[in-house]
Design a protein around this ligand. Sequence first.
Ligand SMILES: [Zn+2]
Length: 302
Amino acid sequence: MDEELRPLKKIECTNINERGLSMLCDIVLIFKQIKDILKVEIIKKWNVNKLIKYNIVMPIIQYTDKNNKTGSLNVSEFPDECPMCHKGIKPILFGKAFWSSINAKMQAIFICPREECYRVFIGFYAEAMGQYFLSHLRPINIVEKDFPDTIKSISSNFPKIYNQSHGAEQLKLDEVCGSGYRKALEFLIKDYLLDQTKDEEEKKKIKKEFLGQCIKTRIDNPKLQLVAERATWLGNDETHYERRWKDKDIEDLKNLIQLTVNWIDTEQLTKEILKDMPKGKIKSESNQSLEEKKKNQELENK
Ligand SMILES: [Zn+2]
């Protein structure tokens, strides 16, 4: 029989030595760890009831209340990002947390373990169905988003309004940050259009027109027009009583604003390059062949 077609010899394990047993234990342990990792990933998507049902182990926080009564509570998690330096961390829990029986809220003091930061912050935990969940962290060092120079030179208001909304979002003011992003978008589009014309009458019209109308009739770049139009749809949802795009949220709006920024930036950079390099360089006349001279003459006449 062909060597390759011969069936594999059945391995019979009748005797396992100490080394083999140790290897087998290692393999079992690895499988257990993989199973545990997968379980942790899965529980992130589960609801509170399932968490309780499957009795997943949670961190414990020791607390004291206003009457100096002490106790301990399981909490959903410790913060995994420092609100001051915004780096991923395993925070140091400082002393006992404070628990209030009136609103069933707990405040735990944490310290960022990073040497460069080492700042204190408070984790606020709220009770839901008998469990304590991390609701927010304070104080927060608000992170500002930076925009390309092309955008800043077209609109000084856009980065300012955008970052005020971004700050509101980080402070969990989620009912107002969306309308701020919508305002930022309007300033970006209108300032971009104002930058395209020198006609004062046109400028007055642009300032007065609805944003949707400006996008539809005044933007020539079709890709920019498409993304700006969609950003406006989602932006309007943030200011209207009834939401039309129920499956979209603030992240989708921010992505569309970012795409609008990218298209304007690309267009501006292209304009600058073409202004700087309007046509190809011509070889000095003495080095040109007769045919090259003829070609260059033709190019110049075009
Ligand atoms: Zn930190």
